[in-house]
Design a protein around this ligand. Structure first.
Ligand code: BG6
Length: 477
């Protein structure tokens, strides 16, 4: 879908996120012909550099972070629409120059790719310098606070200058192709929705496994841990999309209202249903305690939990969530495990099976449905499971738009003014209200996370969390 010409200002335009994600995403959209003539991208930061130096910084970033071969012939066109302004987020320097570049007659978007401590100041400065009109949008990144109180304060400071419909809170998981596909699968097919409830679903597993460690972000991560870094936002969003009621329309507030109801229906989690872990050193690779700089850190690099959504649809069907770093594979999936048939007409030897619908978020995006069939051959009626496997890259071609990065999609949605894939303020607050007691419980009890081997599936207790319910995690691979 084409977008209107826009001016996008990236505060923190020289920073890590801008170089790794935002600028490569914009470049890919440029190459795809989706950035209309007359648009411009403005890097704004404290560094004393000029336009030419900024362009060269961006060129280096693209060479480093552009996925696949860089189409060099498109570079100069892209660099032509780039500008740089040195701006002081808390003072007056640079704002007049910025006001000239961010024009009121095109869509104006300001991306706050800076720490949350600057959100309030930037909102205030934009307002003060006359850069805000009803069409102006701001984009804010996570972490959106570190608990309910700080999230509320951030919402209040943004609300002083912007309407909720102007605020785009990014959770990049919502921009992932397969995550959006969750909604298409659920609400675009007749097949699944009638079975999508506790009468037919035994349990749901959500796994977001990473092989990387904290990657030099020890200072940030050690103040966050897996619960704040991943569960409060990414896993919570996945849970919402899986558990929510069908919205009446695919419209931002209809979708977000339904997600909010899921978060509000979450029971508090019992300590016995929570597991956390820390990865151990492996050969040359440091363990969490070395990465974290605090040799006594109690921050978790792994968290697993059993969660109940207490509503009519889900009462009695547990959701098991787990996420961690330095696990055996980079694999994120959601598995909907259906109940056994109520009665088997076959001999006991035939075995009893369950259908599982698994949605692979990454890598190798696709959908798999385990179906029970007869084992071929003359050996009588024995049942086996075979997957009906749809791997998107095979079904749709590797170069399909499915391969677009989450940031490409989300940034374009900002320009289009579509908030469906962004978190609303009340959603973020509700997620913190649920997460806070878990974290506080850990802090009060002061127990250490359970160590786990790098390259494993996480701590033993996480396996036990399922085993004691007579269930097991799907393999991480
Ligand atoms: C980020 C977290 O939000 O998501 C990181 O801060 C994590 O710790 C990353 O590694 C995972 O994102 P993705 O897209 O690689 O699954």
């Amino acid at each position: 879908i084409p977008v209107d010409p826009f001016d996008l200002v990236i505060f923190g335009g020289t920073g890590d996120l801008a170089r790794r994600k935002i600028l490569p995403a914009l470049f890919r959209r440029f190459v795809a012909g989706q950035i209309p003539d007359g648009s411009s991208i403005v890097g704004a930061a404290r560094s004393e550099i000029d336009d030419a130096e900024y362009k060269s910084l961006v060129k280096d970033a693209l060479r480093e972070f552009h996925p696949g071969d860089l189409p060099e012939d498109m570079l100069s066109g892209f660099l032509n629409i780039l500008h740089y302004v040195q701006v002081d987020a808390t003072g007056d320097q640079g704002w007049d120059a910025l006001a000239k570049l961010a024009r009121p007659d095109v869509v104006r978007a300001f991306y706050f790719s800076v720490g949350p401590s600057l959100f309030g100041a930037l909102a205030e400065r934009l307002h003060h310098h006359g850069l805000v009109d009803p069409e102006t949008r701001i984009v804010v990144e996570k972490p959106f606070g570190r608990d309910l109180e700080t999230a509320r304060a951030l919402n209040t400071s943004l609300a002083a200058h912007f309407e909720e419909c102007q605020i785009y809170r990014i959770d990049h998981y919502l921009g992932k192709e397969t995550v959006q596909n969750l909604m298409a699968i659920r609400f675009g097919n007749m097949l699944f929705e009638p079975l999508w409830n506790s009468q037919y679903v035994d349990h749901i597993q959500i796994t977001v496994a990473e092989t990387v460690g904290v990657q030099g972000r020890g200072e940030y991560y050690d103040r966050s841990g897996a619960m704040r870094d991943m569960v409060q936002n990414h896993l919570m969003q996945l849970l919402c999309l899986i558990a929510m009621e069908p919205p009446a329309k695919f419209d931002p507030d209809a979708v977000r209202d339904e997600k909010l109801k899921v978060i509000r229906a979450l029971d508090p989690v019992e300590p016995a249903d929570l597991v956390r872990g820390q990865y151990l050193a492996d050969g040359d690779r440091a363990g969490y305690l070395e990465d974290a700089e605090d040799p006594a850190s109690k921050t978790e690099s792994f968290a697993a939990m059993k969660v109940h959504v207490s509503n009519w649809r889900w009462a009695g069907t547990p959701f098991y969530l787990r996420t961690g770093k330095r696990l055996k594979a980079r694999a994120s999936e959601i598995a909907v495990v259906f109940k056994e048939t109520p009665h088997s007409i076959f001999d006991e030897d035939a075995g009893r099976h369950r259908n599982t619908l698994s949605i692979r978020l990454q890598p190798n995006e696709g959908i798999d449905l385990d179906v029970t069939i007869k084992e071929p051959g003359p050996g009588g009626m024995r049942l086996i499971d075979v997957p009906l496997d749809m791997t998107f890259s095979e079904a749709l071609g590797p170069e399909s738009e499915a391969s677009a990065d989450a940031y490409e999609r989300l940034i374009m949605d900002v320009i289009r003014g579509n908030q469906t894939l962004f978190m609303r303020g009340d959603e973020v607050e509700a997620a913190w209200a649920w997460t806070d007691p878990i974290i506080q419980g850990w802090e009060t009890r002061g127990d250490r996370p359970e160590p786990y081997e790098t390259g494993s599936s996480g701590p033993e207790d996480a396996l036990a969390l399922m085993h004691r319910d007579g269930r097991r995690w799907r393999e991480i691979r």
